[in-house]
Ligand binder design. Sequence first.
Ligand code: PLP
Length: 421
Amino acid sequence: MKLSQFGAKFSSQSGIQVLMDDLGAALAGDSEILMLGGGNPAHIPAVERYFQERIQAIASSPLALRKLIGTYDPPQGDQAFIQALVEMLNRHYDWNLRPENVALTNGSQSAFFMLFNMFGGRDEEGGLRQILLPVTPEYIGYADAGIESRLFCANKPSIELFGDHTFKYHIDFASLQLNENIAAVCVSRPTNPSGNVITDLELEKLAARAREVDIPLIVDAAYGLPFPGLVYTAAKAHWDEGIILSLSLSKFGLPAARTGIVIAREDIVQALSRINAILNLATNSFGSMLALELAQRDELLTLAAQCIRPYYRAKAEKAQETLHQVLTGLPYHLHRVEGAMFLWLWLEGLPITSQQLYERLKEQGVLVVPGHYFFPGLDEAQKQAWPHCRECIRISYAQDDEKVRQGLMIIGREVRKLYQA
Ligand code: PLP
């Protein structure tokens, strides 16, 4: 069997697959695993109750049920939900959206596959057009999303230290080059894995640089603004025609509904809808139907701000406090917890690699994600030359607080052993 260059990439497991397999095994296994690995959102009782009632209401209406399970939506996505989203966003932001500015996708993961390959890849003259990730570490799920190899390139960040144990990544604008090979720029805000939220000023500057050379800036707000709103620092949602804003219902509490929302210029939405028709025929109706009334009543925004954000923020604070306690006296740095659901721990001078630490922790019943997966766009030589890539781990605090605490204690114990060996 002979595979294409793209197919051959999957003859071994990709990072995101290892992560999702770990998640599945932890959920399916008998043994008690402390799951501080995958990106599964928390189970927030008020949110779960709302969706339970909504599903019951749909199930008891033959017409609504038929729409849920018995009809194809158009490839752009459910029109009623798109209309409700547009009206909700126009009530709160001066974005002047029209339904033609919104495409739904089966999860935002699939939106990225479409967008990256729509802009990046070989152009008509055979030249390679790349997607630039302006701050790395960046989301593991981008890494293998290019049909063409070397689709991504990335810029190392500058690092700001706050005292001994806290740091923050910034875009290093001085070294950021948007040359003619760059087809688009993409940044997750908040960033998975670091929880970094690039500042409003950085976003503005980045958008201006992209506009200057007429390429889109893709802002991945899967955790961010306007919803689900897992942002714990001052930051604004922003969209204009130079930006492709990608949202998702997953971290709102509906990861299984596979609903991504792309807000973009009309021609980009049209192209996405056409690709979506080829790839998926239609989009999934489930998320649109479950969230329709939330959009109509602005509750995608109010629930995000009043329920989802405080829920995660409280968990973030507890987790940080425990982590600082269990690592007292060790040479660690924690990325400033500005958003998302992760602690990004940088163990400077770690005597083993983050992959080896991950394996030791797994033996102790704790799953985390080794940091080296989160540097897509850097080539092997760049990664080799930057020990930071092998000194970080990502720890999710989305699950039960007590389990997170137990996991952090084991992490503290194992890390201490390493430094004291
Ligand atoms: N973007 C980021 C930064 C993520 O962390 C994830 C998933 O965890 C996604 C996009 C994809 O999410 P989904 O396909 O569930 O919308």
